[in-house]
Design a protein around this ligand. Structure first.
Ligand code: AMP
Ligand code: MG
Length: 425
């Protein structure tokens, strides 16, 4: 669909011309292409990268049957009857990395450390706390059942078993698992290149202007810093194109430079319909518009489409709208392009601590503070005034409160959907 043909373009104030978020997500999904190229990297450089191949375990994990606790390796047949004790001969020691290599017989025990290989002939570990040593003998009670405290070869993973699938986002847990399997090099998708620029005649670049008094109407260009930070977390290569003036020529020029150098382009500001807004218009001229006005708040003027093979997101200028639209649209889209299997974000239910203002017709992403009350219930309170320019509402919040379009009001005690900002791993 072209920019001109979207009916809302004729009358930007007409609320029924706003596109529902679900429809916009579907249009975006149809445009996403996954990067094809991959590269082999040292494992320590693979954090936040996307696995480009299925990983099959080359070994059993653990590779040898070993002790899960410090104690004595014995034969289950030597365990005493209920209420009784027994004494066994200590015939050796097995340490992690230094196994005892002989065969253990009935009536014998081998002192063993956590992770040490179980001696041939043994099948049970009695933990040291349940034993009493007397010289070269050890006395056991009836606390241990046969087979206890032993980790069997292959019980975590069998050789040849599928471990991680292509498309897995590599977090510290996956890095550790790959290391445990002996992989020093890993095939990952190449990094996505994302170009970023800010638009606005009022913007003052931080470079060389730190603490400079602002003239009337000027603001520091904060969005580029927010965007670059959000993109860095995604592990993409950021191409920073700076600040662009509110002019059609400058906007056309930066569009072309951005599209030539990147897989995706993210701009902020100038996406709406005033004479000073050139982003949506330029996207319509040079590219192909998927959508540009959404039924969401904040984030109504969000232009999305393609320019010369690059996916383009023209985010609104208001700092909170930048973050909301990034997390709701840009981040999942970029993850998909990276070849990553994208999971739907987890929504939790929390009780509202107060009434909230909400108007019908648009999905709202209000900023909230999740907490656990004295009854152990999850509650959510608002960060206060929800203006899209108040970036302090983001720094105070730890979640988005997601209010669906049809909702007209929120009362204290209502169960609301919340989307926490932080995942643990
Ligand atoms: P716009 O979408 O261009 O109409 O901008 C909406 C509001 O966001 C205006 O108040 C702008 O001054 C502000 N704004 C736009 N770009 C930025 C930026 N890069 N950093 C901080 N504020 C911005
Ligand atoms: Mg502007």
């Amino acid at each position: 669909m072209s920019f001109e043909r979207q009916p809302s373009c004729q009358d930007p104030q007409e609320s029924n011309a706003l596109m529902p978020v679900a429809e916009a997500r579907e249009r975006l999904r149809q445009r996403l292409r996954v990067v094809q190229e991959s590269e082999s990297l040292p494992l320590q450089d693979c954090l936040n990268r996307v696995l480009a191949e299925h990983v099959i375990s080359p070994i059993d994990v653990p590779s040898h049957t070993n002790a899960a606790m410090d104690g004595y390796a014995i034969q289950a047949a030597d365990l005493p009857a209920s209420g009784a004790t027994t004494q066994l001969d200590i015939v050796g020691e097995s340490w992690a990395g230094r196994p005892w290599t002989r065969v253990m017989l009935r009536g014998q025990a081998v002192k063993i450390a956590t992770g040490a290989v179980m001696p041939a002939g043994s099948d049970t570990v009695v933990i040291v706390e349940h034993t009493q040593r007397e010289g070269d003998k050890v006395e056991l009670g009836d606390d241990t059942s046969p087979g206890r405290n032993v980790r069997h070869a292959g019980e975590d993973l069998k050789q040849g078993e599928a471990v991680l699938s292509a498309g897995t986002w590599l977090t510290p847990a996956e890095i550790g698992q790959l290391a445990s399997l002996g992989f020093a090099q890993v095939l990952v998708k190449r990094r996505l290149k994302v170009a970023v620029f800010s638009t606005g005649d009022e913007l003052v670049s931080l470079a060389n202007n730190e603490h400079k008094p602002l003239e009337a109407g000027q603001v520091f260009d904060s969005n580029r810093y927010t965007l670059c930070a959000m993109l860095q977390r995604l592990g993409v290569e950021v191409i920073d194109l700076g600040v662009v003036a509110d002019s059609a020529d400058a906007t056309r020029d930066v569009f072309q430079r951005a599209a030539d150098s990147a897989d995706a382009v993210v701009s902020s500001g100038g996406a709406s319909v005033s004479d000073a807004d050139h982003v949506s218009r330029t996207l319509g001229e040079l590219g192909d518009v998927a959508f540009w006005r959404l039924a969401m708040r904040p984030g109504r003027p969000l232009a999305c489409g393609d320019v010369s093979g690059a996916l383009f997101f023209g985010l609104p200028g208001n700092p909170v709208a930048v973050m909301v639209t990034f997390y709701q649209f840009v981040q999942p889209a970029l993850r998909h392009m990276m070849g990553c299997t994208v999971a739907e974000p987890l929504l939790f239910k929390a009780r509202s601590t107060a009434t909230l203002r909400k108007s019908a017709g648009r999905v709202e992403y209000q900023r909230g503070i999740l907490a656990i009350n004295a009854d152990g219930q999850m509650t959510v309170s608002t960060t206060g005034k929800q203006g899209a320019g108040r970036i302090s509402s983001m720094t105070r919040a730890n979640c988005f409160i997601v209010l669906p379009p049809e909702l007209e009001s929120v009362e204290q005690g209502d169960l609301l959907d919340v989307q926490p900002f932080e995942g643990l791993v």
